[in-house]
Design a protein around this ligand. Structure first.
Ligand code: NAD
Ligand code: UDP
Length: 338
């Protein structure tokens, strides 16, 4: 199939591109590079041995998206493009609505115009808000607690309305838990700009010496060791989830469906530090700090629906997540061979 990946130069999009090319799909990347780097493209070529078509542009440019859909005879779109920092979304909600919601409307208009009605949307576990029970299944109520999460939920509602209005649409919304790690080559991975907000890239920055220590936000939660628990998933497992979702779209999907992509396991912050130290041989100094506003004690997925309906399961271990994250960023251990 010919697949358009909006935001395809980003962290999850680039790993998904590798998996799809290896599965003999033809992929086209559209990205405005607002949160990614041009060098990802040459590294993708080194990994896959293919020259992947890239269009530098904004998903809000409906005319451009229409041209790309037509020129490349696109069958399905995976929509990764968007802004994703929760804290920033509280500070600048308009930017988030403009980019994430308006961007999706623009894409959907172009798709409708071109008769492309197969879509996979990058959603987030953030849509659930404060867990009412664990593990979180897809029937869990959605009460997002910040503008980023509300963007995702609004988009899912919009997608449901569109799927309801025209039975020829096939739409899958994937609610990611906490993606971490990198491709084994060490050529692509997660490289946030500035000081990372998320745990794994922060730990990696401490390991490289860019940051002095990790602040562990809260040690008095009702969890195994008092620190926050999350469902970390290897980005290559997540990428493979998209391949399964594409097969599903093409064969047996209803007009609209939702899936959690997680492992079903929760790990605490201290467990993550310990696993990373073991995988990297680096000491990660940490200090306990107050809870981060808006954080929940624990959040992890019930992953059964994706296993049953998509035939997909995460298989990689916590050790593999940490080792690959370190391989990508380590100055000395980088293999740098596809
Ligand atoms: P990322 O920032 O690495 O990738 C997003 C890409 O989209 C970037 O390359 C950016 O340049 C591009 N982009 C942003 N706005 C654009 C626009 N208007 N037009 C064209 N390109 C645009 O983020 P990621 O981690 O790869 O996330 C991909 C998707 O998954 C996002 O929608 C994000 O909200 C969602 N998600 C991510 C996580 C996570 O922890 N990484 C968790 C849940 C959901
Ligand atoms: N965390 C932390 N220090 C950091 C970043 C994160 O202790 O510098 C904790 C955070 O409180 C949460 C877990 O690590 O318990 C995962 O946080 P992240 O921001 O990566 O994911 P999210 O909270 O969005 O699921």
């Amino acid at each position: 199939m010919n697949i358009l990946l909006t935001g395809g130069a980003g962290y999850i999009g680039s790993h998904t591109a590798v998996v799809l090319v290896e599965a003999a799909h033809r992929v086209v990347l559209l990205d405005n590079l607002s949160n990614s780097r041009q060098e990802v493209l040459s590294n993708l070529e080194r990994i896959t041995g293919e020259n992947i078509p890239f269009v530098k542009g904004d998903v809000r440019d409906t005319t451009l998206v229409r041209q790309v859909l037509e020129q490349h005879d696109i069958h399905a779109v995976i929509h990764f493009a968007g802004l994703k920092a929760v804290g920033e979304s509280v500070q600048a909600p308009m930017d988030y609505y403009a980019n994430n919601v308006q961007g999706t409307i623009s894409l959907l208009q172009a798709m409708e115009d071109c008769g492309v009605r197969r879509l996979i949307f990058s959603s987030s576990a953030t849509v659930y808000g404060i867990p009412q029970y664990l593990p979180i299944d897809e029937a869990h109520p959605t009460h997002p607690t910040n503008p980023y999460g509300r963007n995702k939920r609004h988009i899912e509602e919009m997608l449901g309305d569109i799927a309801g209005s025209d039975r020829t649409w096939r739409i899958v919304s994937l609610r990611y838990f906490n993606p971490v790690g990198a491709h084994d080559s060490g050529l692509i991975g997660e490289m946030p700009r500035g000081i990372p907000n998320n745990l794994m890239p922060y730990i990696v920055d401490v390991a490289t010496g860019n940051l002095s220590h990790l602040s562990v936000f809260g040690n008095d939660y009702d969890t195994i060791d008092g620190t926050g628990v999350r469902d970390y998933i290897h980005v290559m497992d997540l990428a493979e989830g998209h391949r399964s979702a594409l097969d599903y779209l093409d064969t047996r999907a209803p007009t609209m469906s939702l899936f959690n992509l997680g492992t079903g396991n929760g790990f605490s912050v201290l467990r993550m530090v310990q696993a990373f130290e073991a995988a990297s041989g680096k000491k990660i100094p940490y200090r306990f700090a107050p809870r981060r506003p808006g954080d929940v004690a624990a959040c992890y997925a019930k992953a059964d629906k994706a296993a049953i309906e998509l035939g997909w399961k995460a298989t990689r271990t916590l050790e593999e997540m940490c080792a690959s994250a370190w391989n990508y960023r380590s100055p000395s251990t980088k293999t740098k061979t596809p």
